[in-house]
Design a protein around this ligand. Structure first.
Ligand code: TRP
Length: 451
């Protein structure tokens, strides 16, 4: 069956959409709390090593697979005439996308609540401990967060339905640059707080004794999560790239932007954390109980707060549309289901998962597995298991099974751009990624003991 495929319009659109997928709650919500829970600067250091040695090579490999085949994350392997086994990468992606959408939309819902609270000026004049209590009251309510989750999912799937050009590209082009400017302004304000020195030391002065197996696994998981790599999202997106797209430059720009935004988020969060006496190990609520304190101290904080939570919600949408696109493209191309029908089904299924995650952090939750509630479990399984596993398989596939001259021709646009580090890239794929990721897994399972 012939299926009409969309594509991204412009060079800027390609970068903006891919960066839009990468930059999201992962940078501004997840990165600071993971860093806070896992020892600060030491975590940041390992995170950066993982971005460079594992994340970027996998990103480039996903670009290779996607643009070469112009198919969804599972179907791509048919086009490459690879053994059926490799389609597992696509399936990992689809399961991963469901799990991530499940908990991510809940957090996106919290950001919408904060837009509302900012507009209504509900958080002004509250002390740090009152802000913490307000947040806890909000999420422990079984019903209210669900409303925002559903609104958020309607936006996500509405844009996905709009198709590649009209929805995804236009939204990303306008809104991502504004977010960037706002983040910089917030860093400036945060650095004027009395806890700035302590915050910066926490973020940048590594204490190597803090490195444990769990820190390694979490930093690796966070690197994959933040870059959106390891589960075929970028295979799907790059299937909409043009043959002229410079894949090397796209990888460098997106990875740099993503890392810079995460570090900037650290710079505006940690000074505030120490100023207002909040525990860095607070967990998923960290950003939500820290930021309103900063806004309360900021000149024009009322408007900043509205604007910031609004843009954060948009950053979340540009990420969730990339996740829903993985699933939509798969069902559309492999089973000939119309995009419309796929999206509607997806809306209902993801809503169910998200409702489960939301209730799991509310006061009516009683269910836990391995000591985690559903929300933490989804986050752990997707980021710390599925993404690195998918990343490892992608590395092995491209490193060992793809003809290197074909690979190089695709990545250099038939020799029209230079790729000086090609051998380094292949080495990272063949050896460093598979061995590194396996060691971190085995260590965590207690089968070997490095840390
Ligand atoms: N990277 C996004 C963020 O940082 C989340 C995300 C979007 C994602 N698509 C993904 C994570 C694919 C893993 C895989 O918010």
């Amino acid at each position: 069956m012939q299926i009409e495929r969309g594509s991204f319009n412009t060079k800027l659109g390609i970068i903006a959409a891919t960066a839009g997928s990468s930059v999201g709650l992962g940078n501004i919500w997840r990165f600071p709390y993971e860093t806070g829970q896992h020892g600060g600067a030491a975590f940041l250091l390992i995170y950066i090593v993982c971005v460079i040695a594992l994340g970027m090579p996998v990103m480039l490999s996903e670009f290779y697979i996607g643009r070469k085949t112009q198919r969804n994350a599972a179907g791509a392997f048919d086009v490459l005439k690879a053994h059926k086994f490799w389609k597992i990468i696509g399936f990992i992606g689809i399961i991963g996308a469901f799990l991530i959408l499940g908990f991510y939309s809940v957090v996106a819902g919290w950001t919408i609540e904060y837009i509302y609270d900012s507009v209504a000026n509900n958080l002004a004049d509250q002390t740090a401990s009152q802000l913490t209590i307000s947040f806890n009251q909000f999420i422990s309510d079984p019903i209210r967060p669900l409303l925002w989750v559903v609104i958020f999912l309607l936006c996500t799937f509405g844009i996905t339905l709009g198709g590649v050009k009209n929805g995804i590209e236009k939204a990303s082009n306008v809104l991502m640059p504004i977010l960037f400017v706002l983040i910089i302004l917030m860093c400036v304000r945060s650095l004027m707080l009395p806890g700035a020195k302590q915050g910066l030391e926490f973020l940048f002065k590594p204490d190597f004794s803090k490195i444990t197996g769990e820190v390694l696994l979490s930093a690796m998981g966070q690197a994959f999560f933040s870059l959106s790599v390891g589960m075929g999202t970028l295979i799907t997106y790059s299937s909409y790239f043009s043959k002229e797209t410079n894949l090397l430059k796209t990888t460098a720009v997106v990875a740099t932007l993503d890392t810079v935004v995460a570090i900037l988020a650290g710079i505006f969060i940690f000074p505030a954390v120490f100023t207002f006496g909040i525990e860095p190990t607070e967990g998923p609520y960290l950003v939500f109980i820290t930021l309103p304190n900063v806004f309360n101290q900021m000149m024009g904080g009322y408007f900043f707060s509205i604007f910031f939570f609004f843009l954060l919600t948009i950053a979340a949408v540009t990420s969730t549309i990339s996740l829903s696109e993985v699933i939509t493209a798969y069902f559309h191309e492999e089973f000939g289901i119309s995009r419309r029908k796929a999206v509607i089904w997806l809306f209902f299924l993801v809503s169910l998962l998200a409702i489960g995650c939301s209730l799991s952090v509310s006061r009516i939750n009683t269910f836990t597995l391995f000591g985690m509630n559903l929300f933490d479990l989804f986050s752990f399984i997707s980021s710390n298991i599925l993404l690195p596993l998918g990343g490892m398989l992608i590395s092995i596939f491209v490193g060992w099974y793809v003809d290197k001259s074909v690979l190089k021709a695709e990545l250099t646009n038939e020799g029209s751009i230079q790729f000086k580090l090609f051998t380094v890239y292949v080495f990272l794929l063949k050896y460093v990624a598979p061995i590194g990721i396996s060691l971190i897994f085995l260590n965590q399972l207690g089968l070997i003991n490095i840390f």
